[in-house]
Design a protein around this ligand. Structure first.
Ligand SMILES: [Zn+2]
Length: 433
């Protein structure tokens, strides 16, 4: 990778996600050394023709790279395995296979997910799994931006050993790969980690100055378990334990009271909505409209491939919007522009990276997705945000650029050998399933 490379994108429609009115129907973007150096209307300054690469953006829409704010990349190996089961039975089936996965298996499964994400315009993902140090090497190769956290589940192995391993991920990988890799600590959920363990994790997060990624208020079962054990709701319990003293990415937030939404706002918790996973596992409908109204930073995630079954942020946006509309019986709920915000600018805020990514603005990191809207199913373009959220498909992504590097160009993955990944996945599937 040439970190000093320059790219000029010409003749393109730009949806910068700063403000709705900032849209540029015909303009250019100039990228230098991984950052956005210029965004303008119409013809570009002549000196930019010296760029290392010029992309003709005719018929394309430039949007900030999509942020998949909650996933478990190695679960791609479990795609389509144990579908249509009740939740606890599903979890047991999944955990039984996960126990037999080696770090090398996780690496290849994660590479499969990264290939899928790059091809569908995702530039940043927040990952939670095991074997994260090996996965970090994959992130380094792939060119993607990632926030990596190693899940801690009490009873799996010695909890202190798990915490030590999570800390070592932070020490070895935080800010690595030109700053593309960030790390967090990760109590898996309030029902898999006791308050004592969560307190230990908070102490380490403070010492290392990193955030925390967790699952929170996902199912009614979780609410029942936490109520039986602690006579509290998951949010109240976490508030008392002190979790929100750190920056927290909390996946799901399906079952919340208005009072809890206020706590989440006051504590700047990023709530990550995973509509397809919530629908498939019948977890419920997260109050996204209320959360957005309360000014909570809401991001969008796919969750793992076992509960989705794809890592396609275009589908995720569509489901997020439709789910709010049908639940509230209100067609104006979660409109296209707001939905796009969840996947870009608001998502960046939710994961704590909004200083660097989430919008197309001068000085920000050059994470940009170019979507080609010249296909039959996207013609004509009456409203660009509607088209992106309600009509566009992952396959309409023409370019994926991260940190000023082109990772995907007109059907070609430039950093991942897809054939090799598929070969390894076939071997692992044979062995595990
Ligand atoms: Zn999850």
């Amino acid at each position: 990778m040439n970190l000093d490379a320059s790219i000029l994108i010409t003749n393109t429609h730009i949806v910068p996600m700063t403000k709705e009115a900032d849209r540029i129907e015909n303009g250019y973007i100039y990228i230098q050394s991984g950052k956005i150096e210029a965004v303008g209307v119409g013809e570009y300054p002549k000196e930019y023709t010296a760029a290392d690469k010029i992309i003709d953006g005719e018929g394309m829409i430039a949007i900030p790279g999509l942020i998949n704010a909650h996933t478990h990349t190695p679960m791609s190996i479990l795609r389509g395995y144990a579908d249509d089961l009740p939740l606890m039975k599903w979890l047991n089936e999944i955990w039984a296979v996960e126990d037999r996965m080696t770090h090398e298996d996780m690496y290849w499964a994660s590479m499969l997910s990264m290939a899928e994400m790059i091809k569908s315009g995702t530039t940043t993902f927040a990952d939670m799994y095991f074997g994260m140090q090996r996965i970090a090497t994959g992130v380094e190769q792939s060119g993607l931006r990632a926030i990596l956290a190693q899940g801690i589940i009490e009873g799996k192995q010695n909890t202190d050993d798990q915490l030590a391993s999570s800390v070592s991920l932070v020490l070895n990988w935080h800010n690595a790969a030109n700053g593309r890799i960030q790390t967090m600590l990760c109590p898996h959920a309030p029902y898999t980690c006791s308050p004592e363990t969560i307190k230990k994790i908070i102490v380490q997060a403070e010492r290392l100055d990193v955030g925390i990624h967790t699952h929170l208020a996902e199912t009614r079962d979780e609410l029942r378990i936490i109520s039986e054990r602690y006579n509290r709701t998951p949010i109240k319990l976490m508030e008392e334990v002190g979790l929100f003293s750190r920056h927290v990415i909390a996946a799901h937030g399906v079952h919340l009271t208005p009072e809890e939404i206020l706590i989440l706002k006051q504590r700047n918790v990023g709530i990550i909505h995973n509509p397809k996973s919530n629908m498939k596992l019948a977890s419920g409908v997260a109050p996204i409209t209320d959360l957005v109204k309360a000014d909570v930073a809401v991001g969008l995630g796919t969750d793992g491939s076992a509960s989705n079954n794809v890592l396609d942020m275009f589908e995720e946006m569509r489901f997020a919007s439709f789910l709010q509309k049908v639940t509230l019986e209100d067609p104006t709920a979660l409109p296209a522009y707001t939905t796009l915000q969840l996947a870009t600018s608001l998502g960046a805020q939710a994961v704590g990276l909004n200083k660097d990514i989430g919008t197309i603005e001068i000085g920000k990191k050059a994470d940009i997705t170019l979507v080609d809207l010249q296909s039959t199913h996207t013609t004509p373009v009456n409203n660009v945000e509607s088209q992106l959220v309600y009509a566009a498909k992952a396959a309409d992504v023409a370019y994926t650029i991260v940190d000023g590097q082109v990772l995907y160009e007109n059907g070609n993955l430039l950093t991942i050998d897809e054939e090799a990944v598929r070969w390894h996945i076939a071997q692992i599937k044979e062995k595990l399933l």
